[in-house]
Design a protein around this ligand. Structure first.
Ligand code: HPA
Length: 253
């Protein structure tokens, strides 16, 4: 049977606690798994069921800024594929580049711009797993975005769409970099997600991406960016995100 995989970003871990028949495995007990060291990342794999759907949650992820390679960051996608995942939901904390956003908004990722300078598929390709040159023209499923929008309406949430630009971090962007990102078509900026989504597309998974706008990006407001703001906003929004995930996941086929 196919399963839905879910990757939960910074401080967004509460969804995992709501699954039925929950079984938790710390990443440290899984051979080959990159341990997540970022604050706000739990670092465990949680399996369970939601309205009859088998769900595998990764609470916490590895990032390039921790020193991992893109291949290591995307390694969990392999594990999910082996466990029968064909639909993937990725969530993250992101800075709002689009001036129409505000902290606390949940935004459906419509596309991404990879500014990481690396790609998890660099190196030998195993053609039995996926193509050498995977198509990325609908990296984030249009159908899944529609399902999420409908679910959002039922929950009283207006979900906008946006393009996510991935940067390596760990320094936040400069105001000039944010103006550049806006000019090239980015609505959101963050330090994750893209390696996993590339690997997931390679494996033929359909992907839903949801960003939590934890802060307005650098230079938009007359204040400094702090990781505490990212954590605090994630904390404020995580139950809304969990409700959205609970409504959407049983519909992902
Ligand atoms: N920039 C990059 N990554 C982020 C941000 C940001 O402003 N907020 C949360 N993750």
């Amino acid at each position: 049977m196919s399963a839905v995989g879910v990757i939960l970003g910074s401080g967004l871990g509460s969804f995992a606690d709501t699954l039925e028949n929950r079984k938790e495995t710390p990443y440290s007990e899984i051979p080959g798994w990159p341990a997540s060291t970022a604050i706000g990342h739990a670092g465990k794999l949680v399996t369970g069921r939601l309205c009859g759907t088998e769900v595998i949650v990764l609470a916490g992820r590895a990032h390039l800024y921790e020193g991992y390679t893109a291949q290591q960051v995307a390694y969990p996608i392999r594990e999910l594929a082996c466990r029968g995942v064909t639909s993937l939901v990725v969530t993250n904390a992101a800075g709002g580049v689009n001036l129409n956003y505000k902290p606390g908004d949940l935004v459906l990722i419509s596309d991404h711009i990879n500014l990481l300078g690396v790609n998890p598929l660099i190196g030998a390709n195993d053609a039995s797993l996926g193509p050498r040159f995977p198509d990325m023209s609908e990296a984030y499923s249009r159908d899944y975005r529609e399902i999420a929008k409908q679910a959002g309406v039922a929950l009283g949430l207006t979900l906008q769409e946006g393009v996510y630009a991935a940067v390596s971090g760990p320094s936040y962007e400069t105001p000039a970099e944010i103006r550049f990102l806006r000019t090239i078509g980015a609505d959101l900026v963050g330090m994750s997600t893209v390696p996993e989504v590339i690997a997931a597309n390679h494996r033929g998974m359909k992907v839903l991406g949801i960003s939590c706008v934890t802060n307005m990006a650098a230079g938009i407001l007359p204040q400094k960016l702090t990781h505490q703001e990212v954590i605090d906003t994630g904390e404020r929004v995580k139950d809304t995100l969990a409700a959205l995930l609970r409504a959407v996941i049983p519909q992902l086929k």
